[in-house]
Design a binder for this molecule. Structure first.
Ligand code: CP3
Length: 351
């Protein structure tokens, strides 16, 4: 990993843009943090949000999985609620639960109180990006920034935390579309600012996580969500960095999600990549989609499933997809054996 590599030689960027990568690029959502003992040691006694605003810590945690597994992508260590916190919303990230919002957003007054994010409020993130570029520029690994998509952010703000049914979110969406669109517009503004700060500081690709969009019908997605995600993608297009879009359980939405402006569509494990390519249509790269639980099933099973994803991806490319970035179908689960991840990366690189 110590030879100097130009941006065009980064396999992840090549695959995302329809060029031929020197090896099949692979990274894993939630590869930073989670399963790594060196992460747990570093985080000992330090809050999650506090860590996200400490540039040296962000840099070190982002680098840990890259060093250990030789991934082609380094995902910035942060969280989707970081820009909301920076914009003054009272929230915390509770270990084992996720984001918890002090006062859930339910009324017109609550929505009106959500203000814009000022770029300097996420200056710590920009500083972390600079530190990371200095570390990563001599390597084949590309730095990926990210943000939560307006719908997924709205679901946390309205529910007050993680949810199974999204009752309050859907009640606002169906019951008061005007208020809904006003909230989504404000969240899109925050998301654009957060992504632009990362891009201006030097991230080389971005992923917009609409993790929970899969709970919507395609019609509702197109009516209530797609216009706002499309605006986010349009307002960062001038940077020219590849834009990745991902959600869980989005098999029925893939065609629509492929049309909101991303260059790469992330696919969860439920839909084989060749079938995903048919749903999405040509001229996009695909990312995915090993089931995260396969990493618990032993080496032989991991090898079998990695090979299957690679075959499906090659079929997808024969059918018009312009590239493949290997990933999981969702994030690394907390109890995953780090050695299983390293092994999977080796298998992808030698496939
Ligand atoms: O690879 C990485 O870990 C990069 C950093 C990253 C985190 N969150 C750190 C984190 C990224 C890319 C995210 C994105 C994120 N956060 C998403 C979208 C990705 C997805 O999984 O769909 C979502 C929905 C969130 C919201 C969130 N934050 C949840 C649901 C949780 C709880 C997860 C759990 O099981 O603990 C978090 C907390 C969180 N974000 C942790 C980390 C490392 C764990 C907190 C800790 O270590 O104390």
């Amino acid at each position: 990993m110590d030879r100097v590599v130009g941006v065009s030689e980064k396999p992840l960027l090549a695959a995302a843009t329809g060029h031929r990568p020197s090896r099949r690029p692979v990274w894993f959502m939630r590869q930073a943090g989670r399963s790594l003992p060196e992460y747990r040691a570093l985080r000992e006694g330090r809050g999650m949000l506090e860590s996200c605003f400490d540039p040296a810590m962000v840099c070190e945690i982002t680098m840990q999985p890259v060093r250990r597994h030789d991934t082609d992508g380094a995902i910035l260590f942060s969280d989707i609620v970081v820009p909301l916190k920076a914009a003054g919303i009272d929230l915390d990230i509770v270990a084992g639960t996720g984001p918890v919002i002090a006062e859930p957003v339910r009324t017109a007054a609550d929505v009106a109180a959500i203000r814009r994010l000022e770029p300097e409020e996420v200056g710590a993130v920009a500083r972390a990006v600079s530190l990371l570029r200095a570390e990563l520029d001599p390597t084949p690994t590309a730095l990926i920034g990210f943000a939560g998509a307006p719908f997924t952010l709205a679901s946390y703000l309205i529910e007050g935390g993680p949810s199974r049914t999204y009752t309050h979110t859907k009640a606002m969406m169906y019951g008061d579309p005007q208020l809904w669109h006003s909230l989504m517009g404000r969240l899109a503004d925050i998301t654009v600012t957060f992504l632009r700060v990362q891009l201006e500081a030097g991230v080389q690709a971005v992923q917009l996580f609409d993790s929970w969009a899969g709970i919507l019908s395609r019609r509702d997605y197109e009516t209530f969500v797609a216009p706002h995600s499309a605006r986010v993608f349009a307002e960062i297009a001038d940077h020219g960095a590849p834009r990745i879009h991902f959600g869980v359980g989005t098999g029925e939405l893939l065609a629509s999600m492929g049309q909101v402006g991303a260059d790469v569509v992330g696919v969860d494990w439920r839909v084989p990549l060749d079938e995903a390519a048919r749903r999405i249509g040509p001229s996009k790269a695909l990312q995915g989609n090993l089931d995260p639980t396969v990493l618990f099933a032993g080496d032989a099973v991991i090898a079998e499933h990695v090979a299957r994803v690679v075959v499906d991806a090659d079929r997808a490319m024969a059918a018009g997809a312009i590239g493949h970035i290997f990933n999981l179908g969702h994030g690394v689960l907390p109890d995953t054996d780090p050695d299983a991840i390293t092994r999977a990366v080796e298998l992808v690189h030698s496939a």
